[in-house]
Design a protein around this ligand. Structure first.
Ligand code: FAD
Ligand code: NAD
Length: 465
């Protein structure tokens, strides 16, 4: 240890990095975590998961009051939007949680090195003009918004924005155009649609939410359309001009054809995110990135350079906070000589719209490519709790291996799909069959009974449909 400042130095304090640092310290390793942001928590806590959920939660209440949902339950209200107060509770949530990480760092004796790190060698980095040597370095630098050529983001002007700008709009736009029908576009598009904006979503592919099960994508599209979001599928944006307080977008069919223009008060660019490696001077450490700009690792999160590890959005796999966190824990445990494993086949993903959309494991299409499957579906309209709560949309779908009955994937659209999917993830982690889920007693009346009924439907015997 004599030559080293730290056993473990983590670069980046997002959910991957801060969790890795805390776990390493818990395991008795002398640990530091570098980040140049003013507060800890990375994208997720500062400008991602947490502030977006704060706006989604608040706008859901507003929408329930405005769209007649509350009236259905005998509560007559006319909502009045106080946008500054809504933003204030978002800022408050971020402040509380990022401050919480600072507290956890102090409690676990993790040093926060304030500044951006660049490699100066295989075991050394420079941060704010000072060089540190560490026995192990974990790269957890996360990701940033993928730019769209010809559509220049300027969050200050609040006309063409990325997700960070879209969280902070000072007024509800009359017309918001969302470029990209992925998770960010649908979540943040939903926020502003609920608060009164007309929202148009321009998606390059023939359906929204790529990567999800085809039935889910189709039904989600139907539900969002019903809520008032207009979709322009198979369409690409080729340019944007700001004219006064508006943006004029040029659109073309994805396959080529005549261009059209579309005017918007706010344009959200949400076409994906790319790994952060610029400025790390990876070459000084002898590291390179792959064709997608990611750092490749082995299953234990070691890179090709001994002593350098990588986790989270900067490595291949879904860009999700819980995936980054689990990799952080496993990586720290591997550094400490334990066996840290992440099962990348069972990473749930959730879109926090209303209703929520969630999935884990294989889509039906992926499963069918691998072999014969049995599929069970159960509509939320047949679930007593969803019906009572006036939440008829959505379904649960379970895909199981035709021979072994082992569950290969679970997908659902339901008001609380994000909570329901945890059961599916645990079942799959334990190698459950659809019969295991079908014969597990589920509390009544809960939305989760729909998971049980979908499992019963795999062998054709649901009760309530
Ligand atoms: P990050 O959280 O990106 O953190 C990386 C940190 O590294 C940053 O703080 C950065 O400043 C720092 N850094 C970069 N370079 C350096 C350097 N050279 N030196 C020092 N520090 C450096 N995921 C979910 O699972 N659920 C959600 O609900 C969800 N919502 C999202 C909403 C939005 C609007 C966005 C943008 C993302 C959302 N995500 C969500 C994705 C989630 O935020 C990321 O998957 C997660 O933050 C990745 O964690 P990470 O630790 O790999 O990187
Ligand atoms: P995404 O990959 O989810 O969606 C991007 C969409 O843009 C895709 O549908 C893609 O086909 C489309 N697209 C790409 N280029 C286009 C173009 N030129 N014109 C029109 N459409 C185009 O990316 P995102 O929504 O920006 O989110 C980035 C990442 O952040 C995702 O990987 C996601 O996992 C993560 N995230 C997760 C959550 C969550 O877990 N709830 C929330 C927000 C973000």
């Amino acid at each position: 240890m004599a030559d080293y400042d730290y056993d473990v130095l983590v670069i980046g304090a997002g959910p991957g990095g801060y969790v890795a640092a805390i776990r390493a310290a818990q395991l008795g390793l002398k640990t530091a975590c570098a980040d140049g942001r003013a507060t800890l928590g990375g994208t997720c806590l500062n400008v991602g998961c947490i502030p977006s959920k704060a706006m989604l939660h608040a706008s859901e209440y507003y929408d329930a009051a405005a769209n007649g949902m509350m009236a259905k339950m005998g509560i007559d209200v006319t909502p009045k939007l106080n946008l500054p107060a809504m933003h204030a509770q978002r800022i408050d949530a971020v402040k509380g949680l990022t401050g919480g990480i600072e507290f956890l760092f102090k409690k676990n004796k993790v040093d926060w090195l304030k500044g951006y790190a660049a490699f100066t060698g295989k075991d050394s980095v420079e941060i704010a003009g000072k060089t540190y040597r560490a026995k192990n370095i974990i790269i957890a630098t996360g990701s940033s918004v993928t730019p769209l050529p010809g559509v220049n983001v300027d969050n200050d002007k609040q006309i063409i924005v990325d997700s960070t700008g879209a969280l902070e709009l000072a007024k509800v736009p009359d017309h918001m155009v969302v470029i990209g029908g992925g998770v960010i576009g649908l979540e943040l598009g939903s926020v502003w649609r609920r608060l009164g904006a007309k929202v148009t979503c321009v998606e390059f592919l023939d359906q929204i939410l790529p990567g999800m099960d085809a039935d889910i994508r189709k039904d989600a599209n139907r539900i969002f359309k019903k809520q008032g979001i207009e979709f322009k599928l198979k369409t690409k944006v080729t340019g944007a001009a700001v004219k006064g307080k508006k943006a004029v977008l040029t659109l073309e069919p994805a396959a080529g054809g005549d261009a059209e223009t579309l005017e918007a008060d706010v344009v959200l660019v949400s076409i994906g995110r790319r790994p952060n490696t610029d400025g790390l001077a990876l070459d000084k450490a002898g590291l390179a990135v792959n064709a997608r700009g990611q750092i490749e690792t082995d299953h234990d999160f070691s890179t090709q350079v001994p002593g350098i590890w990588a986790i989270g959005d900067v490595i291949p796999g879904p860009m999700l906070a819980h995936k980054a966190e689990d990799e952080g824990i496993a990586c720290a445990e591997n550094i400490a000589g334990q066996t840290g494993i992440v099962n990348h086949d069972v990473i749930p993903s959730v879109v926090y719209t209303w209703p929520e959309i969630a999935g884990v494991g294989l889509t039906e299409e992926q499963a069918r490519e691998k072999g014969e499957v049995k599929v069970g579906k159960f509509p939320m309209a047949g679930n007593s709790r969803a019906k009572t709560n006036h939440e008829p949309d959505g379904f649960v779908k379970i895909i199981a291996d035709a021979k072994t009955d082992r569950v290969l994937g679970v997908w659902c659209i339901a008001s609380v799909a994000g909570t329901m999917i945890a059961e599916a993830a645990i079942a799959m982690e334990f190698g459950a069959t659809s019969e295991d889920i079908a014969y597990t007693c589920h509390a009544h009346p809960t939305h989760s009974e729909a998971v049980k009924e979908a499992a019963m439907a795999v062998t054709g015997k649901p009760i309530h449909v």
